[in-house]
Design a protein around this ligand. Structure first.
Ligand code: PRX
Length: 668
């Protein structure tokens, strides 16, 4: 297997390279560099080498910050990372007993005197709604919620599905689960009832926590109705595992007259349940490898994978990466704009920041409501110092130019971060110059739901793992590369796919034995910088949200007019990538605007608004190999209007391609 093994020769962690303009270097301000936890490259190398040469001592030192009811009896890490030697497993701190919630809350309140420190500044969809929550208050509310869950019959190991918007109750519930040893499964509140049902059924959750509704900008989303539909759908397929539903009365929804909640038979209202619930709750002392949560991510078969994360390793990895990658300091005000329904929110809104005793902003709304300067207004209001967002958001806000930012004071900002998708040079430059006023380093962080925390970080401070990332040429030596992590796991790596060890091993470990395969393409330039080139499996990344082609194709194929569908991505100015769908209709069906609208709605209803196709093209036939396999590469080129199609010798009927090219402009 050919492998790029050339060592990195020039590697300066305190310079950053603007993509495509490699000789232009930007240096962080002196004071930022001087006060950093890792102030220079040599200090970084020292930490980095220790993590590789003596991982036992390295992780033990990280673990020493936290509370262990019982110390570990085994080594910090035990694993088999090589499929040819047996099943893949990873264990961290075997024998230790601890509690995640205790470590991120009680430890600060009881041992560090941080009870009065603000944990979250919650900012609602409407600027009129906001709340300040201290560590002490957070602890009390989490305990109340934990007691309510216990009263509802939730026990250690039970799964709790959470379908909540970005309100404090979401944080209370997830931490309450962690406190009593229940496994939370958070479903992003933009997913459809079908997607929610699928995730509830897979996890077999006994309780669902949701809200009556939420406003996103001007739009009311009736979460309870969607939840009811989901539970009904679960019940149609098998006896529904959810026996009780805890419902938050959202303040903004209540004051505007409420929503229709018509199937309330299993409901308990949040406020009533919490009112007489005690403010103290003894944490459940868990084994280091007891599960903490399941989070579903798209899988290339179309069925979402329940990525399982456990307790001790997750705590060590999220706390360490949060501290170093964003150089966290006690007086920072940190804001990550992600939704807690995604891994970024789990690791870098809830657990990582709280493990460090950080003060964060928790934002419910959207960047352009009630005005296009909302992000900048929030940065000024809370004097945000570290800001972490997605390239999609940057591209969207760039459209409005500099004026909306000039009305607000952004001088508190010190470090900017991005995540979720490759950042294009224009967006990078705008982020650096306009948002960061040329002063703030931009930290691009590459990682995944499966890795739990940041893996490669472009500059300033580089996480422990990045020099042992390998790029492997793919087996056909085509010009794409797999990005893999070699030899040794890190404490935060996923432990399995929930209820499917086989899928876990075949997805991530079978292709290159001894490596964890991310599924992304990557190249390394002559200076040693990594460039992530995007997914090289059947996955799409739309606005930083990962989805599988199979998932969208299955949704389209459910429409009675469709006989076959194939979905590929094409570039989009704001979203990064968007969906171009080719549909072959059943004989008697006509392709028209009405059908296009129906198909878009079909995908939206089946998966959620994030998956709405941008283009649907009539395909009298699809390009296939002689063995009947759809040639997605060719479809991708048609969607992108790339006429140099390369080798088409395996194509069964080349005419199909001509037809699709000629009809491309009719895609609607
Ligand atoms: O394709 C990569 C892309 O997002 C995928 C992971 O998606 P998810 O599990 O939903 O987690 C998103 C938040 C970490 C990756 O396989 N990706 C993530 N960050 C970057 C990225 N692509 C390029 N640059 C990034 N910084």
């Amino acid at each position: 297997m050919p492998e790029e093994t050339r060592p990195i020769t020039k590697w300066d962690s305190f310079t950053m390279v603007v993509p495509e303009s490699k000789d232009k270097l930007f240096h962080p301000p002196d004071d930022l560099q001087r006060d950093a936890h890792v102030p220079d490259f040599n200090s970084y190398l020292e930490i980095y080498r220790k993590s590789l040469e003596d991982p036992e001592a390295f992780w033990k030192e990280v673990a020493d910050e936290f509370y262990w009811k019982k110390p570990a009896t085994g080594p910090m890490l035990q694993y088999n990372f090589d499929i040819t030697k047996g099943n893949i497993y990873i264990k961290c701190m075997e024998g230790a007993k601890t509690n995640m919630c205790y470590n991120v809350l009680d430890r600060h309140v009881k041992d560090r005197n941080l009870g009065e420190k603000v944990a979250f500044h919650w900012e609602g969809n409407s600027p009129e709604h906001h709340l300040t929550i201290t560590y002490q208050q957070l602890l009390s509310r989490v305990c109340r919620c934990a007691n309510v869950l216990k009263k509802m019959g939730v026990k250690k190991g039970d799964r709790v599905s959470i379908y909540l918007p970005m309100i404090p109750e979401l944080i209370y519930t997830m931490l309450a689960c962690a406190r009593i040893g229940a496994v939370h499964s958070i479903v992003f509140a933009g997913f459809s009832s079908e997607s929610l049902c699928e995730r509830i059924m897979d996890a077999q959750s006994s309780v669902l926590v949701t809200a009556d509704g939420v406003y996103r900008g001007e739009k009311l989303i009736n979460l309870k109705q969607i939840s009811d539909d989901a539970l009904e759908k679960c019940g149609e397929k098998a006896p529904c595992s959810v026996t009780k539903c805890l419902v938050v009365n959202h303040h903004a929804v209540r004051t505007k007259g409420g929503t229709s909640c018509n199937k309330l038979q299993v409901n308990m209202w949040w406020d009533e349940a919490m009112a007489d619930s005690p403010e103290e709750c003894e944490p459940e002392w868990l084994d280091a490898e007891d599960p903490l949560f399941i989070l579903y991510t798209s899988g290339s078969t179309g069925k979402p994978k329940g990525v399982l994360h456990t307790t001790a390793g997750y705590l060590l990895y999220t706390s360490l990466t949060f501290k170093y990658v964003f150089d966290h300091h006690h007086d920072d005000v940190y804001w990550c704009t992600a939704d807690v329904g995604w891994i970024t929110g789990h690791s870098y809104i809830t657990y990582g920041p709280l493990a460090n005793g950080a003060t964060s902003v928790l934002f419910e709304g959207v960047p352009v409501y009630p005005h296009i300067g909302r992000f900048w207004e929030i940065i000024e209001k809370y004097r945000v110092t570290k800001f972490y967002t997605a390239p999609t958001a940057i591209r969207m806000l760039m459209k409005y130019g500099q004026e909306p930012l000039q009305k607000f004071d952004l001088s508190t900002l010190r470090i900017l971060g991005t995540v979720g998708e490759p950042i294009n040079p224009e967006a990078w430059q705008w982020y650096h110059e306009v948002v960061g006023q040329g002063r703030c380093p931009v930290v691009d962080t590459f990682w995944q739901t499966e890795t739990v925390g940041k893996m490669i970080n472009k500059m300033l401070l580089i996480s422990e793992s990045d020099n042992s990332v390998r790029i492997l040429l793919n087996l056909h030596s085509s010009p794409c590369f797999y990005l893999c992590r070699e030899d040794m796991p890190w404490p935060g790596i996923m432990r399995t796919v929930y209820k499917s060890q086989e899928r876990f091993e075949s997805t991530y470990f079978r292709k290159f034995p001894g490596f964890y395969v991310t599924g992304d393409g990557c190249r390394r330039d002559k200076d040693g910088y990594y460039w992530i080139t995007g997914r090289i499996d059947d996955m799409l990344n739309v606005s930083g949200h990962l989805m599988s082609t199979a998932e969208v194709e299955a949704a389209l194929a459910q429409h009675p007019a469709v006989s076959e569908a194939a979905v590929v991505s094409r570039p989009h100015k704001v979203k990064g990538e968007c969906l171009h769908c080719f549909v072959t209709l059943k004989d008697t069906k006509e392709f028209n605007q009405k059908l296009v609208e129906e198909l878009k709605k079909q995908v939206r209803d089946r998966i959620g608004p994030i998956a709405t196709p941008d283009f649907i093209q009539n395909a009298p036939a699809l390009p296939k190999t002689r063995s009947g396999k759809i040639m997605r590469r060719v479809l991708r080129q048609i969607a992108r209007n790339e006429t140099d199609l390369g080798d088409l010798s395996t194509l069964a009927d080349p005419k199909v391609v001509e037809v699709l090219f000629s009809q491309r402009s009719e895609a609607a």
